[in-house]
Ligand binder design. Structure first.
Ligand code: DOR
Length: 444
């Protein structure tokens, strides 16, 4: 009997849990239905993947999309369009919007806004705050919630949990993984003279120095040991933290970003000025090397972009009035594939860090691998394509990238979300079918 599929991806090299296989993939009802030689199968739609690699859909588990409140920088449509143009099939969005996502109503509002406008699947973090600490256990169970986020140091927006007592209370509420921005607020205040008017962007990692990050990480690790609550440490930037984290792998997972793995001081600040300004900061080569060692050693679980768009006009303000953050959701895949082409990591490790890793850390249901029954999410890449990243390619409303002018080898050429081809050869296609990601620990 001839089998029928909604989509067959033909002849690609598929990165499956049991290795690389040359196979066709049949998708039916949004899920992977068959992997193998599907020569005579009937397909409503066919995607020719000869010469291409078919990866499980990339999940960017740290993006800031600015809606509601700052839609002039980004909104859920433009941010998810940038995502699929960059090969990303799902995003987990941060709560430092305006208002902050600290209530069930704010979370529901984001889901309503994303539905019908998002190009890829999505989930949202709830921000921890003094006002909602007693409700966190309920909030983290709501549909469309990927977990709780704590800002230990102030960054964009007004979310902040700085006192140890309150941090402990947050860790004691609920049971899902908590994502942590670890910078010590007391030290940031003490050292603010390094960022006073007249200082230059290269002072950013002097103000927010390595000790600022280490102190906060030590503080949260002591609470993690005490409460046995599992956390995910975002955008780790120092070798010292990686050594500490290696001792806590039973309770802590770790994220690194493409920008901390690619850019370094002083060159980044000399070339890019305030465009290189982000929190925690881009540090020197010694730390960048330590991040790569931690990635090779298996300490790093996830690559997230920390996509944090600000307009060029905002970035043009004199330091330190200039806001911190850089876009990255559209460049995560090309930048990391270029590192693959340079031999810094294998394609298998890329899949582990960008798909299987985020799915495992956050317990996403049916995501993170190419296997029967899993969602038909695919990032299809041409490992031989050589392209130069340009501001004009960026779909983000901010319209720039810190990687402008960089020629990379390896490029996403198609993005498939639950069997729907939403990007092909650099253009979005179809409709905005993005939906809320489901999680095993909230009932799948
Ligand atoms: O540089 C940053 N920008 N770090 C953050 O933690 C927040 C982000 C933003 O939202 O702009």
């Amino acid at each position: 009997m001839t089998e029928h599929f909604d989509l067959v991806i033909r002849g690609g090299t598929c990165l499956t849990p049991s290795g690389r296989v040359e196979a066709d993939i049949g998708v039916r009802g949004g899920r992977v239905a068959a992997i193998g030689q599907l020569g005579d199968a009937n397909a409503a739609e066919t995607l020719d993947a000869k010469g291409l690699h078919v990866l499980p859909g990339v999940i960017d588990s740290q993006v800031h999309f600015r809606e509601p409140g700052n839609e002039h920088k980004e909104d859920l449509e433009s941010g998810t369009r940038a995502a699929v143009l960059g090969g990303v099939t799902a995003v987990f969005e941060m709560p430092n919007t305006s208002p902050s996502t600290t209530t069930g109503a704010a979370l529901e509002d984001k889901i309503d806004r994303a539905t019908g406008r998002a190009w890829c699947d999505f989930a949202f973090f709830v921000g921890a705050a003094a006002e909602n600490v007693n409700r966190l256990a309920g909030l983290e169970q709501l549909p469309g919630c990927c977990g709780i986020k704590i800002f230990m140091g102030s960054s964009t927006g007004n979310l902040l949990v700085r006192e140890k007592g309150l941090l402990r209370e947050v860790l004691q509420r609920g049971r899902r993984r908590i994502a942590i921005h670890a910078e010590d607020e007391d030290r940031l205040e003490e050292r603010f003279e390094y960022a006073r008017d007249g200082r230059k962007p290269y002072c950013h990692p002097i103000w927010r120095d390595e000790q600022t990050a280490i102190l906060a990480t030590e503080k949260i690790l002591s609470l993690v040991r005490e409460t046995r609550r599992r956390i995910h440490l975002l955008h780790v930037t120092t070798g010292q933290e990686m050594a500490l984290l290696a001792e806590h792998k039973n309770l802590v997972t770790v994220e690194a970003t493409p920008q901390h793995l690619t850019l370094a001081a002083p060159d980044a600040y000399n070339r890019l000025g305030t465009l290189a300004q982000m929190n925690p900061p881009i540090r020197d080569e010694k730390h960048r090397d330590a991040l790569w060692r931690a990635l090779a050693d298996g300490i790093v679980d996830v690559i997230g972009s920390d996509h944090a768009p600000h307009t060029l006009e905002e970035k043009g303000k004199p330091y330190p009035e200039s806001p911190s953050g850089m876009p990255g959701v559209q460049t995560l895949v090309p930048i990391m594939l270029d590192h693959v082409s340079q031999g810094r990591l294998t394609l298998e490790r890329f899949v582990d860090l960008t798909s299987a890793g985020p799915a495992r850390v956050y317990n996403a249901a049916r995501k993170g691998r190419i296997a029967a029954g899993y969602d038909g999410d695919f990032t299809i890449v041409d490992l031989k394509a050589k392209k130069t990243i340009e501001n004009s390619m960026m779909a983000s409303k901010c319209g720039w990238t810190p990687f402008e002018g960089m020629t990379v080898t390896g490029w996403p050429v198609a993005t498939v979300v639950r069997g729907n081809i939403v990007m092909r050869d650099g253009a979005v296609q179809g409709t905005q079918i993005g939906g809320a990601v489901r999680f095993h620990d909230t009932g799948g």
